[in-house]
Design a protein around this ligand. Structure first.
Ligand SMILES: NC(=O)c1ccc[n+]([C@@H]2O[C@H](COP(=O)([O-])OP(=O)(O)OC[C@H]3O[C@@H](n4cnc5c(N)ncnc54)[C@H](OP(=O)(O)O)[C@@H]3O)[C@@H](O)[C@H]2O)c1
Length: 348
């Protein structure tokens, strides 16, 4: 494949300006570039799916404090799953499916570093960016290695209907815990209880959501698995139980705030001898295969659903999908499904 006039062009999504509040399409722009030629030791991946990750809003802040940063003019950092369409790499062949952090673009050149093969017999391609990828692995290790809910205990999942939360709640149920989920609409609450097996789901936009939570957890909460931070975390801290665990998975509500706020009700941690535990999934990189083997068995046995919410479109659809996810339209992982995936039908 070369960059001649009749050859495909590579659309790349750039950050146009530092967003204020929740980002929208006006904060991004698309640049067209030729599809690059390969050097020895490289491969070319054509994108079929982009994963839409909540943390992108954190790394587009006007700040160098975080692990990564995307500045105006930079290509948007993001996860891609796709097909190897050319290879000059000894370990990857044309036709294989892979995923990695390859940016929001149609074609990415890689030297293989950080790429993982996707075994489509274990899970469909898009799932490797969500419930079977980083989101699901985050839920798996945070629940099984840190929160460790016991049969009969009560767990609260904040951000329960999202990519991480939807898997975390199901794994807590598999451990025998009673699971309460907080999310942003009554339709999402219905989905959590009817499809994912949550015992109780509460809409945090209800004026009396905290009273509903108190009624649902009369013996307090053994685990709070927090994806959102802000007021939802702060209020739920008042219900943490004796020697409970509060898992800080993410703080979605704070990523777009000019001034991030921490919880004021931390005093309950002291009173209840509870712990507030940070967590980063990358610490478990050498155990991903083990987690996927267990999760694949649960999927096959019908015990674990891998929910995703797809938006069909090209690179320029990403900002809209990203905004809709922040507004809470997604059930499970938000994915952009590209025309290249459409061409293969339902296969990948
Ligand atoms: N620690 C790790 O290693 C790790 C790894 C992956 C992800 N994470 C973190 O996990 C969190 C969840 O990520 P995800 O990919 O699963 O995202 P997600 O939950 O699929 O999507 C974001 C959701 O956040 C909710 N939300 C948006 N604004 C909110 C607000 N102001 N207050 C409360 N909820 C709000 C919306 O759902 P509602 O309808 O419910 O409002 C939205 O659907 C993120 O903070 C991410 O950074 C951490």
């Amino acid at each position: 494949m070369s960059a001649g006039d009749n050859e495909p062009r590579n659309k790349q999504l750039l950050l146009k300006r530092v967003p204020e509040g929740i980002s929208g399409p006006e904060d991004f722009e698309v640049r067209e570039a030729p599809v690059p030629e390969l050097q020895e030791g490289e491969l070319l991946v054509q994108a079929h799916y982009f994963g839409v990750d909540a943390a992108l809003r954190l790394i587009t802040r006007d700040s160098d404090e975080f692990l990564f940063r995307v500045k105006p003019g930079d290509m948007v950092h993001g996860s891609m799953a796709g097909r190897v369409v050319r290879s000059r790499h000894a370990q990857f062949s044309e036709g294989e499916y892979v995923h990695g952090s390859l940016g929001i673009q149609n074609y990415a050149v890689s030297n293989g570093e950080g790429l993982e093969r996707c075994d489509l017999t274990q899970a469909p391609l898009g799932a490797w960016l969500g419930g079977f990828g980083v989101s699901g692995l985050t839920a798996y290790f945070a629940v099984t290695d840190v929160c460790r809910p016991q049969p009969g205990q009560t767990v609260l999942i904040n951000g329960a209907a999202g990519a991480v939360g939807s898997i975390a709640g199901q794994i807590c149920r598999l451990a025998g815990a009673r699971v309460i989920g907080l999310t942003g609409s009554s339709a999402k609450c219905d989905w959590l209880t009817s499809e994912l097996g949550y015992d109780v789901a509460i809409n945090y936009r209800d004026a009396d959501w905290y009273e509903q939570l108190q009624r649902a957890a009369p013996d307090r909460l053994d685990v709070i698995f927090d994806n959102v931070g802000g007021k939802v975390l702060d209020e739920s801290l008042k219900l943490i139980g004796m020697r409970g665990t509060v898992l800080l998975c993410g703080s979605t509500s704070q990523y777009s705030e000019a001034h991030m706020q921490g919880p004021a009700n931390y005093i309950w941690l002291g009173t209840m001898r509870a712990r507030l535990q940070g967590f980063v999934v990358f610490d478990y990189a050498d155990r991903y295969a083990e987690a996927r083997r267990v999760m694949a068995r649960w999927i096959e046995a019908g015990q674990l659903l891998i929910p995703f919410w797809e938006v069909a479109g090209d690179v320029d659809m990403f900002p809209e999908a990203y905004q809709k996810m922040y507004l809470g339209e997604n059930l499970g992982k938000t994915l952009v499904r590209l025309p290249a995936a459409e061409a293969l039908g339902g296969a990948a």
